[in-house]
Design a protein around this ligand. Sequence first.
Ligand code: BES
Ligand code: MN
Ligand code: ZN
Length: 488
Amino acid sequence: MIQISITTNKQTSISVYPLLTNAELTSSGNTAKNQESVSNFLASGEHQGKYGVMRTIYQNNERMMFVGAGDLDKLTLQKLRALAVKTAQKLNKNNIESADIYLTELDIKGASLTDKVQAIAEGFWLGLYTFNVYQTKEKESKTELSSINIVIDGDEAEAKAALDTAKAIASGTIFARNLGNEPGNVCTPEYLGEQAAALSHPKLKTTVMDKAAIEKAGFTALLAVNQGSNKEPRFIVMEYNGAGNNDAPIALVGKGLTFDAGGISIKPAAQMDEMKFDMCGSAAVLGIFKAVTEMNLPINLLGVIPSTENLLGGSAYKPGDIVTTYKGLTIEVLNTDAEGRVILSDALAYAAEQKPAEIIDFATLTGACVIALGGQATGLMGNSDDIKQSLIQSGQKTHDRVWEMPMFEEYQEQIDSKIADIKNTGGREAGTITAACFLSRFVDDIPWAHLDIAGTAWNMKGTDISPVGGATGAGVRLIVDYLQNKVK
Ligand code: BES
Ligand code: MN
Ligand code: ZN
């Protein structure tokens, strides 16, 4: 991660000024306008301030980059964050090592200095993210962007605190992206356990159960899905006592399916490689723990991650099998590819047993959710209007957006089984909702929200703030904001 500092004045010979529609500048840019090269450049009409357009001009040893910000009344924090991404990439591409950034001068409606500094810093850190550890060819040596100064006119302490927050969020998001992008032969259940155990903080205690411990504890649904894999499963439990009291924790549960071939109900070959991302729910949980521990948030958390592969073989679980879960409920397996809900049943039941204040789970659970919402929003379901409303708000604020789907009780009938308590598929209709109905059977009356991140957890084309493609780290910004609001 590059070095980002807060300053109240110019530090380098490269200044980045926002330019609004009709070539309108903000305060520092207007001061620069006294220089002939700047006024000539603006008068030329080459740069009208169109959003995302960037031009650099030179005056003696000074360089000035003008970043188009569009119409002020159309600017949002997300547009600012995405503009920071574009700026970061441009500076990096142009072999610039460090620069002064004047983007906080944009007077965005309803946005505080904290909001703007956070958005800009997140944009720089997340926008420069790459995952190329497996490319062995030496890259041509070039100057890389290594530091920027966010120049502010306002409370320095406030801006520095916002920068610290952004740093924790970015490092949590990058951690989640890295875990997601690692291939399935590296990111195995064992590896996830090691990565979880490596997160260290005086108030964090992590337990990683191996197969023997899982058998002893009775996580039988996880073991059923694991039958077809030669790799051992893991069950990860993380307890963060940030509040320093005995308040019931918020439980975060994440699907850690390190590769989903579908099992005996095998998936088609096309894009099956993308099923290495089927552990992105667990990556979100681990990213959130990383961010929260770096921020020392005074809050109690319980993290629960069931992890296995879903493969095929002579020992694999089969369609028609009936699995008895940790909770005691029985599942008729109609499709071995609906394995996420099966392993989550044990994790949710275990979490509920710890009597948390609430449970939020993260899972790349259904292809149907990708069809319904695409990559623009995470599917939101659950039994608690309070949690759901707060998540919707945090989603709007962070642009890590969620969209609610209904959980009318009539949907529950779709998973009734004739031979067991429930079946693991509810048919083609409302597939995202019936998957959530399945999960709901394991949380009892604990306030609970379910986040189906199947469409948002990765994007092969890249997004405006995850430009290289691959895992996005969806869920991290959302929940860190949600938890920050709990603390307030
Ligand atoms: N991990 C998949 C869901 C998924 C598919 C996420 C594609 C992102 C992209 C999950 O385990 C799965 O296979 N679900 C099935 C359920 C069905 C068999 C009821 C699905 O969505 O097809
Ligand atoms: Mn599956
Ligand atoms: Zn899956």
